[in-house]
Design a protein around this ligand. Structure first.
Ligand code: AFD
Ligand code: MN
Length: 387
């Protein structure tokens, strides 16, 4: 089997983008629990994100959400982030919280509403120009709750037209990533419900449009690693939104529900050439820490991705390929499982120390006093959430 020392150099370039909204309060339609120390401003969110990077070395960029993270001067925000050792990353649009969009945004039958939603995306691209971001991430909450409510075909035609207008504004060094989700908040149909629909639309747009795969956006039992392999093969995997789920779009800590699935997904990324410094695939988290402290939750998340990546890199690809070609079912599975069963935590700890990072980033954070400091400092104001 491949050894840790052989694969360790491949871990050096691993970068996982953290979402600004993970540091604010979040919850369910039943309750949003606030926690002490929660940021009040996007600057405080970025400070917390930079803290995750400082302790792990894994999170060099922070994804923003517009309008939640709107500021007057994004060039200044970009400098603020860089002074803390991180860069601003993906810009996420939001057409799911404005009353005008109740019956649709980019798909709406009213051209004026569609134009308003298009203009929001054009404003997001203006932000990208100021922050130096590469990706505009579009997740559409659009759909219907009852059969007959909407013209399924007409909505696709309007969506294609709206996306094409947005795409025209995407710069040569920028990308549009279109995220799919099989249900919620619409319950009868969602206009971008699956990877095939996203793939169809981004293929129609052009070479700088890609699919965003959120690991929590599939029906239970979906073979997500197959979708990963297929999108890589088609050259249209743009980014991940990593999280984990037990039943729906739970946005839990990635790997917490099923580390083996995360391992299989990362194996397909490695096998498909979508991992490492030469890959353009963005590995983002999209999570909500409803009951746990946010910064430790993000630290746990990026460490989970690092650990499963290391295990996936340990798969003896030559031996696996031979066993597959020989039709040796049990040996092929054994080779695959050998890597998954390999506990790499001690190796990772030593490797981190060799790079000037804490052997145990979680313990180092908890002992650093940062949490106590922000709880003492951040008194008053309005804690950030989904607003
Ligand atoms: C919600 C959506 C989707 C999106 C995220 C950020 O379900 O995952 O990526 O908000 O806009 O979680
Ligand atoms: Mn997402």
């Amino acid at each position: 089997m491949t050894t840790f020392s052989e694969i360790a150099p491949l871990l050096a370039s691993q970068a996982i983008e953290v979402p600004s909204w993970a540091y604010g309060n979040s919850g369910t339609r039943f309750k949003v629990f606030g926690t002490a120390g929660t940021p009040r401003t996007v600057q405080e969110k970025i400070a917390d994100a930079a803290t995750v990077h400082r302790f792990t070395g894994l999170a060099p960029t922070v994804s923003l959400h517009i309008p939640w993270d709107l500021v007057d001067d994004f060039a200044a925000l970009r400098s603020y982030a860089e002074d803390l050792g991180v860069a601003l990353g993906t810009i996420n649009s939001n057409t799911f919280q404005d009353d005008d969009y109740k019956l649709g945004a980019l798909t709406h039958t009213d051209k004026a509403v569609r134009q308003k939603a298009i203009d929001h995306h054009l404003a997001c691209i203006d932000v990208m120009d100021a922050t130096g971001s590469r990706d505009l991430k579009i997740w559409l909450a659009e759909g219907t709750n009852y059969p007959g409510q909407g013209d399924l075909r007409g909505r696709q035609d309007r969506l294609a037209e709206s996306l094409a207008t947005i795409y025209e504004r995407i710069g040569q060094e920028q990308r549009l990533v279109l995220e799919y989700k099989f249900f919620e908040p619409a319950f009868y149909h969602t206009d971008v419900p699956d990877w095939g629909t996203s793939y169809a639309h981004v293929s129609a747009l052009g070479e700088r449009a890609f699919v965003c795969l959120d690991t929590g956006h599939h029906a239970p039992g979906t073979n997500i690693e197959f979708i990963v392999a297929q999108l890589i093969r088609l050259g249209k995997l743009g980014s991940f939104d990593f999280n984990s789920r037990f039943y729906a779009d739970d946005d839990l800590i990635v790997g917490a529900a099923d580390p083996y699935q995360l391992f299989r997904i990362l194996f397909e990324c490695i096998r498909g050439g979508a991992f490492g410094p030469d890959s353009d695939v963005a590995y983002m988290l999209d999570q909500c820490h409803n009951i746990e402290d946010k910064i430790p939750g993000q630290i746990r998340s990026v460490l989970n991705v690092q650990e499963m990546t290391a295990r996936a890199l340990l798969v003896d690809r030559d031996a696996l390929t031979k066993a597959q070609e020989d039709g040796d079912v049990l040996l092929a599975n054994e080779i695959f499982m050998d890597a998954f069963y390999t506990d790499v935590r001690a190796d990772l700890a030593a490797w981190r120390e060799g790079r000037g990072l804490p052997a145990n980033p979680m313990r180092a954070y908890l002992e650093s006093g940062y949490q106590q400091q922000i709880e003492a400092d951040r008194v008053g104001g309005t804690q950030a959430g989904w607003n």
